[in-house]
Every structure is written in C-alpha cells, then in structure tokens.
Design a protein around this ligand. Structure first.
Ligand SMILES: *[C@@H]1O[C@H](CO)[C@@H](O)[C@H](O)[C@H]1NC(C)=O
Ligand SMILES: *[C@@H]1O[C@H](CO)[C@@H](O)[C@H](O)[C@H]1NC(C)=O
Ligand SMILES: *[C@@H]1O[C@H](CO)[C@@H](O)[C@H](O)[C@H]1NC(C)=O
Ligand SMILES: *[C@@H]1O[C@H](CO)[C@@H](O)[C@H](O)[C@H]1NC(C)=O
Ligand SMILES: *[C@@H]1O[C@H](CO)[C@@H](O)[C@H](O)[C@H]1NC(C)=O
Ligand SMILES: *[C@@H]1O[C@H](CO)[C@@H](O)[C@H](O)[C@H]1NC(C)=O
Length: 674
C-alpha cells in the first residue's frame, strides 16, 4: 500500500512537472532537473548554505548562440527552473555565483556546505573545463566561507562528443587540483525508453573518486560509477561516501622539515650513487609523524632540506610555500599555530606546547653548617650557659637556708657543685641522682626541665635540617628581581626578532647585556652556573641540558622564572582542503590522550643523559663541590662534642693527679678532718 502510494505520488509529481516544463524545457533538461533535485534533497544538509554556480554570460556569447544548437537562453531557462525549485523548497539558504559577478561580501561568517556547479559549453568540449576553472577560481574568492570539504555536485548539462567517463575524469582532475575530493559528477549518459511513461528518458551517470583507493596515491587513474540516475528511480546508495583514507596502503606522503633540535633531529643522511640524498629524522615532532604514518600505513618521504646558511624564518616560509605549491603534503618543525600561516595553510591540532622562558642562574648554597657549634648563634649559647649557671645557683639558694621546710630537702641540693651537676644532667637529658623534695624546688625544677626539653628539641631540629639541607641564596623568581640583579643578559640576535613576533620587549629593560652567538654557547654558560640569563624555548633548554651532560641525578641544572614569556602550540601545516587533515587530527588526539609523545620526550632526554654520564665515569668533581643531594655525615661535624669530652676528661685527670699528689705529699691534710 505504502509503496504503491509512493509510486503513484511520484508519477503524479512527474506528470505535473512534465506538463509544467515541457513548454520550454527539453526532455534532457527535465531529466537533469529531477536528478539534481533528488540528490540535493537527499544529500545536502538542510539549513546550511547551498551555492549554485553557473558559467558567466558574455554578450558576445549570447549573440553567437543565436543560430547555434545550444543556445544560452535555453541553459538559463534550466537555471531559472532550478533556482525556482530549490528556492520554493526553502530548505537551504541559497547563494548564486557567476564568474562575471563580483563578490560583494567576503566577510560572511558561515561556511558553504554544498555546491551545485552547472557546466555547459557553447562549441568545444574543452570549454567545459575552462568554465569549471573560472567558476572555482571565482568561488574561492569567498575566502573563509569557501569550503573545500563541502559536498560538490558538478552537473554537465549537455551530451558531448566525449564519453561521459572521460568528461567526468577530466572534471575530477581539475577538482583535485583545487583539493576538492568530496565531489559527485553527473553527466548525461544515454537515452532509454521507459514503458511506464511511454517516453524516452535520459540516464545520468554519477561518478566519484577515491584518491587513496585501488592503488592510487592521490594521482587520478580511475573513477568510480556510483549510481545511475533516471526519472523516478528509488535510490538508496550513499552518494557522498567518506573520502578520508583509513589505510593509505603504503602511499608516500611528502614532508618538508628542517633540523631543529629536539623536535626535529637529522639522524642519517646518506648519498646514493646517483647523487641524491636520503634523509632520516627523529625527534619529538617527527615521532608524532611516525605514529600517524604507522596508524594509516603511509610512507614518509622527506624533501631535501634547505642549506644551513638560510635564516630561520626562511625555513618557515619555504615550508609553507612548498605546501601551498603542492610540493609537500605536510610541513612541520617548530611551526607555531599562527594566524599568518593559517591564511595559506591548514593546521592540525597542536600537539606540543612550547614556551619561551627566562633561564636564570640557580641559587647557590650559601653555606652548609659544618660544625654543631654553629647551630645556635653566640647570644643563644651565652643565654643557655647563663640560664644553666643561674638555675644551679637558684637550686642551691632554695635548698639551703634557715627555714624549716628547707631542712627536709635532700642533701644533693645543698652543695653548689652538686647543684651544677644536677642542672647539667637535666640539660643533657639524663637522670639526676635525687629528686628535690620541697614543693618550691620541685616547681622550679619542673620549669627548668621543660625549658631544657624545648631547647633540646630546637637544637635537634636545627641540627638535622641545617647539616643535611644547605642554606640557599634567594632564587630569582620574577622578571623584576632579574632586572634588579647583577645578572648579565646574553642577547642572541634572534631574540629581538622573536620579540617582535610575540609582542615582547621587556628583555630590552635588562641593564647588563652582552651579545652572544651561537645559542649553544649561551646555553652552556647558563648551565655552568655563571651569572648569566637568556630567553630560550623550554624544549630546547631541557634537551640541551641533557645532551651537554649537565643534567645529573639529583641536581637541578636549569632554573627558570615560572611565568612563561610566551606559549605557543606547535602544529603541522597542510594545504587547504587536504583530506588527510581530519584523520590526522583524530590520531593526534589519540596520541595525546595516550601520552605517546610525552613518553618519547622523556625517553629522549633520559637516553641523552645516560649516554653523557657514561662518557664521564671518572668525573668525580661532584663530591668535592658538595653539590650532591646526599651528604656524608662524619665525626668532623661532631668535633665540638668530642673536644668538650676530651677537655672534661683532661680536667678530671688533672684533678685526679692533683688529689693523688696531695695525698702523697701532704697525707695529713687528707686525714685531718677524719
Ligand atoms: C580528458 O581526459 C582524456 C583521457 O583521460 C585526455 O586524453 C584528455 O586530454 C583530457 N582533456 C583535457 C582537456 O584535459
Ligand atoms: C504507449 O504507446 C503505445 C504506442 O505508441 C501505446 O500502444 C501504449 O498504450 C502506450 N502506453 C501508455 C502507458 O501510454
Ligand atoms: C536503505 O538502506 C538502509 C541500509 O543500507 C536500509 O536500512 C533502508 O531500509 C534502505 N531504504 C530503502 C528505502 O530501501
Ligand atoms: C600497508 O600497505 C602495504 C602496501 O600496500 C601492505 O602490504 C600492508 O599490508 C599494509 N599494512 C597494513 C597494516 O595495512
Ligand atoms: C655526483 O657528483 C659528483 C661530484 O659532485 C660528480 O662527479 C658525479 O658525476 C655525480 N654523479 C652522478 C651520477 O650524477
Ligand atoms: C632510549 O633507549 C632505549 C634503550 O636503549 C631504547 O629502547 C629507546 O628507543 C630509546 N629512546 C629514544 C627516544 O631514543
């Protein structure tokens, strides 16, 4: 029922159309109109701008067509009807384009979504192709609205002398030159009798092209007949299949790059017999390229780089130009996402964020406390001794006296020497011979114990932290501090240029300035800890630190001001409309999510560090310079304690000797009391 109804309605629709058109449109044109109508209504996104482009009319052209088989007037009747149809459907914002009509507003903020390009010629077949070029050239004048990835329907309105396939191939070739691949080419093919309507109908062939399928690597060999369109035929094929290649089947991709460590490192260059060189690269950005190449099975071919004598900006310029001129498919190597470049090329998703930073001298350790006597300053030590003396005297004073309570006190606290001994014991944290008995003495004794406990804790904290962690100078942390410091600014000539590009001129404020070239020399001076500073990209600085052997385990070789001067996203540039771009973006996103690039970057640094430290096994200046994180704690640091012990021992030995001698020589003195 449903199907019958549909057929019936189609039939009625067709009859009405025939009735309406047949007065002034040819059968061929009616066929064209119906097919275009159907393709547009099924495949063009509703609500998005639709551009209908047609050849221009020159007065001479219309004049000459007066007594010609194809008169321009007839063609424009078709256009009129097409516009009327599409317009009355109110499905798309409609725009017409003709090479002889000036584009008035190029600042439109929307992208064209679909294009219908009508082609006809007055006499020669070749003219079809020329008018196509004219129309494409004209439409590309729409600047930002011009959408190479939109859906293109190219309609050839006349039977030609060439076969439909040849014409379709010629058209595809031109479209591909403009990087248009999402195209459908409709050519009239043959006349067929349709018993349903009792009329002859035109059959139209719909051709498309898959640039990286069936052994083609972006060079046109064969096109595909997707569908044939006849009146009233119920079609169900996707006429705009995705052209984005999932697997490139080993097709080559031409890459222009230039060595700039660590993102692009030239690893091998060997010459073949015929004097052509083969280049191989590695590096962080190249790693991304390799991952992409592996994922979609393409072969990377590097174009020969420019001579070293060129300026850095020449490399960028040359890279972009070679992409625009279709000498390279991709260019990469420290290319920032920049509006000047995006005017000519299309960037991928940025995959590395690099920053320019100020690298400043690291704060040096001022001193390491190498003696426990230095834990406290002289006033603290003096107060401590004074407290000890006064407390001992207070002990003695409180326990000796005429009052009754005092008589209860232990004899230990009645002699001054004993009091000293007890106070010393409390300070050292050992037990006393006897505890005090009276309340007053106990109270004071308790206070003294608390005091000693606090002092001991403080001492130990300082002792461990000072001995083990050295004290540092103040680290330069802001640009203002850098400006006020005595540090020399190593000015590389390129920094002024970069400053202009990134709108930065604060570096001119640094008072002490010294010209420095090449970059390696400047960086080495920074790494060696001289009082110099320079502005460098962080990737370069870290890599340089690894390869220069200055990055050692536990040692921080580079210090920078936290606030970055300028951060930029690095990206690859491709020609506008390149069909690989969307695939690349998806894959880059996956690489970023999996952290593959970061993994490579840390391995690269680590391998360089290890390679460098292998080379310098016998280098042991670290121990003497005392810059390592660990620290050998020796008796030397405790020498004061041992000195005191020795002093005490000597003193008691002398006292012992004196007592012995006095016993020998004056025996009566010793016994007189007894
Ligand atoms: C069109 O294509 C045919 C074969 O593919 C070729 O021989 C012919 O030269 C082409 N014509 C133009 C104008 O490019
Ligand atoms: C088609 O034309 C033939 C002869 O011209 C006629 O016999 C036949 O009935 C027609 N069929 C239809 C469906 O009009
Ligand atoms: C068109 O094809 C799709 C799947 O290929 C199918 O689900 C759908 O029913 C088809 N429609 C018609 C009208 O045949
Ligand atoms: C990559 O392409 C080559 C050449 O066509 C093919 O032999 C190989 O099987 C492909 N590899 C994958 C993983 O598709
Ligand atoms: C390669 O270059 C050398 C010197 O530059 C030249 O003598 C030789 O003929 C060249 N060989 C070829 C195959 O071009
Ligand atoms: C680092 O060294 C390891 C072990 O030699 C090697 O497997 C890895 O590929 C190297 N990585 C880089 C980035 O050079």
């Amino acid at each position: 029922m449903d199907k019958a109804g549909k057929i019936l309605s189609t039939f009625i629709f067709l009859s009405v159309l025939y009735a309406a058109y047949s007065d002034y449109l040819t059968t061929e044109q009616i066929g064209t109109l119906l097919c275009v109508d159907e393709i547009a209504s099924h495949h063009f996104t509703q609500g998005q701008p639709l551009v209908i482009s047609m050849p221009s009319v020159s007065p001479e052209f219309s004049y000459r067509t007066l007594n010609h088989r194809y008169s321009a007037g007839i063609e424009f009747k078709l256009v009129d009807q097409l516009l009327k149809n599409t317009h009355s459907r109110t499905r798309w914002p409609l725009l017409t384009s003709q090479p002889n009509i000036e584009i008035l507003d190029t600042k439109m903020t929307y992208k064209h979504e679909s294009y219908i390009i009508l082609l006809w010629a007055d006499d020669k077949e070749e003219n079809i192709l020329r008018t196509l070029q004219d129309q494409l050239d004209h439409m590309s004048g729409y600047a930002d609205s011009w959408n190479l990835r939109g859906r293109f329907l190219v309609v050839v309105t006349q039977f030609g002398t060439q076969s439909p396939k040849t014409i379709a191939m010629n058209i595809t070739e031109i479209l591909w030159q403009y990087k248009i691949s999402n195209s459908l080419i409709m050519t009239p093919s043959e006349l067929q009798f349709n018993p349903a309507t009792n009329k002859s109908e035109y059959i139209f062939d719909l051709y498309t092209w898959f640039p990286y399928e069936s052994g083609q690597c972006g060079t046109l060999n064969d096109i595909v007949l997707l569908e044939r369109c006849a009146l009233g035929k119920d079609r169900n094929t996707s006429l705009y299949p995705s052209k984005i290649p999932e697997n490139m089947h080993g097709c080559p991709i031409r890459v222009f790059t230039f060595a700039s460590k660590p993102n692009v490192i030239l690893t091998v260059k060997h010459d073949k017999e015929d004097n052509s060189s083969i280049y191989e690269y590695s590096g962080v950005e190249i790693e991304y390229l390799k991952l992409l190449a592996e994922a979609i099975n393409m072969t990377v071919k590097y174009l020969p780089p420019l001579d070293d004598k060129f300026h850095l900006s020449d490399f960028f310029f040359h890279g972009l130009i070679s992409v625009v001129n279709d000498e390279a498919d991709v260019t990469l190597g420290n290319f920032p996402l920049h509006h000047r470049a995006t005017a000519y090329c299309e960037p991928t998703t940025p995959y590395i964020y690099a920053s320019f930073r100020w690298y400043v001298p690291c704060a040096k350790p001022i001193r390491r406390i190498d003696n426990i006597i230095n834990v406290f300053t002289v006033p603290v030590w003096s107060t401590l001794v004074l407290t000890l003396v006064l407390s001992s005297l207070l002990f003695w004073g409180m326990s000796s006296g005429p009052s009754r309570s005092v008589t209860k006190e232990s004899t230990t606290y009645k002699a001054v020497s004993q009091c000293f001994s007890n106070a010393w014991a409390v300070l050292m944290g050992v037990s006393v011979a006897k505890m005090p008995r009276t309340f007053r003495l106990r109270a004071f004794f308790f206070t003294f114990v608390c005091y000693c406990f606090a002092m001991n804790t403080v001492f130990q904290v300082y002792f461990t932290s000072f001995l083990i962690e050295p004290v540092y100078e103040k680290q330069v942390e802001t640009f203002d501090e850098l400006q006020q410091s005595e540090v020399i600014y190593l000015a590389h000539p390129s920094l002024d240029e970069i400053g202009v590009l990134i709108n930065y001129d604060e570096h001119k404020l640094l008072p002490r300035r010294e010209n420095c070239e090449p970059y390696e020399k400047c960086m080495l001076r920074v790494l060696q800890g001289q009082d110099v500073t320079t502005m460098v990209m962080d990737f370069y600085a870290e890599y340089f630190a690894s390869t220069a052997g200055q990055r050692k385990i536990g040692k921080k070789p580079l210090c920078s001001i936290d606030k970055a001067v300028f951060t930029m996203g690095l990206t690859m540039y491709m020609s506008k409309g390149n069909i690989l771009l969307q695939r690349f973006n998806v894959l880059i996103q996956r690489c970023l999510e999996a952290g593959l690039g970061d993994k490579y970057w840390s391995e690269l640094k680590w391998n360089a560090t290890i390679r460098k430290s292998d080379e310098r096994v016998d280098d042991d200046d670290d121990v003497s310079s005392g810059n390592l994180m660990y620290f050998v704690f020796t008796v030397f640091h405790l020498r004061v304690a041992f000195c005191l012990l020795a002093f005490g021992n000597t003193l008691s030995f002398i006292v012992f000797l004196a007592e012995l001698l006095s016993k020998l020589f004056f025996p009566r003195v010793g016994f007189c009391k007894a």
